[in-house]
Ligand binder design. Structure first.
Ligand code: NAP
Length: 264
């Protein structure tokens, strides 16, 4: 995630000299320095010194350990804190840092790696307009960046766009397997499914028509698509998706609730 954000920022013309990176793994740190020509630091404290914004791209379970030693330096400089850690509530970040930090919590997704991410951003009350603009600029660099008002909605966002790429990969995998069952060679099945998904998504994004209209246009009465949709477009499938997204959202709530339980 950090690599994709750095790559996106550089593509948008950010100056590599203004990006400071820390990673406890020296091999990983060196790879980032060599690839992006950013300033690398073995120590987090040295990396955040004088920063305008500090982005924590660490796993949720190590966030607290990464944040606690930085509390005094960050409380002195008061930079914008950006967190992409899934499920870590903003109030816990403020609690670990020990001051009313300006925090923007973001749920990005993996297509950010190719500049086609979808991220939802949420700010706490301490975040200024200027800091909002900075956060927006960072995530605009790797795709779509939208603001949400309620932090509780982050779990629904996680269920939709955070985990979402996996649902699309699953559907493509199912279509690919079915295409093979129908006798197509593996490479043909794979290429047709991927390009069809790509074409459909581009049409959905570029067209002014809603999804139901786009679907209807492919479906001539009594034709092949109608035969398939008669089976697929069912209440059962809609219910299954609702159940799946609800399970993802609820798992997000469970993980978030776990963070408040440890000692500050
Ligand atoms: N991947 C996704 O699709 C996705 C989507 C949305 C949100 N996120 C969130 O993005 C965050 C990063 O995910 P990721 O997949 O990029 O994880 P990752 O590949 O494990 O990257 C985390 C990096 O942070 C480093 N790190 C660990 N402890 C640190 C510390 N104390 N100080 C500084 N750096 C430290 C890790 O180093 P080591 O390898 O040495 O531990 C590693 O290089 C997670 O919180 C995740 O919830 C990810």
């Amino acid at each position: 995630m950090a690599s994709s954000l750095i790559g996106g920022l550089l593509r948008q013309g950010f100056d590599a000299a203004h990006i400071h990176v820390a990673d406890p793994d020296s091999g990983q740190l060196n790879r980032l320095i060599q690839r992006f020509k950013v300033h690398g630091f073995a120590e987090n404290k040295a990396a955040v010194e004088g920063a305008q914004a500090v982005l924590f791209a660490v796993k949720p379970q190590v966030f607290r350990d990464a944040a606690l030693p930085l509390a005094s330096i960050l409380s002195r400089n008061r930079p914008l804190i950006i967190s992409i850690a899934a499920g870590v509530p903003m109030k816990d970040i403020g609690r670990w840092l020990g001051y009313p930090a300006a925090v923007v919590r973001v749920m990005p997704n993996t297509p950010a790696l190719i500049g086609a991410g979808a991220a939802a951003l949420c700010a706490n009350q301490s975040v200024s307009e200027k800091q909002r603009t900075l956060a927006q600029k960072i995530f605009d660099a790797v795709g779509l960046a939208l603001w949400i008002e309620n932090e509780e909605d982050m779990n629904a966002v996680t269920a939709v766009s955070g985990s979402g790429p996996a649902y699309f990969f699953l559907i493509m995998e199912i279509m690919q397997d079915a295409a093979r069952e129908l006798g197509l060679p593996a490479d043909v099945a794979g290429s047709l499914v991927r390009q069809t998904a790509y074409g459909a998504v581009r049409m959905a994004i570029e067209s002014r028509d809603d999804l139901a209209t786009l679907k209807k246009r492919v479906t001539s009465p009594g034709g092949t698509t109608a035969a398939a949709l008669k089976i697929l477009d069912s209440e059962a499938l809609r219910k299954l998706f609702l159940q799946a997204l609800t399970a993802a959202r609820d798992r997000g709530s469970e993980i978030s609730a776990g963070f408040g339980k440890e000692q500050s």
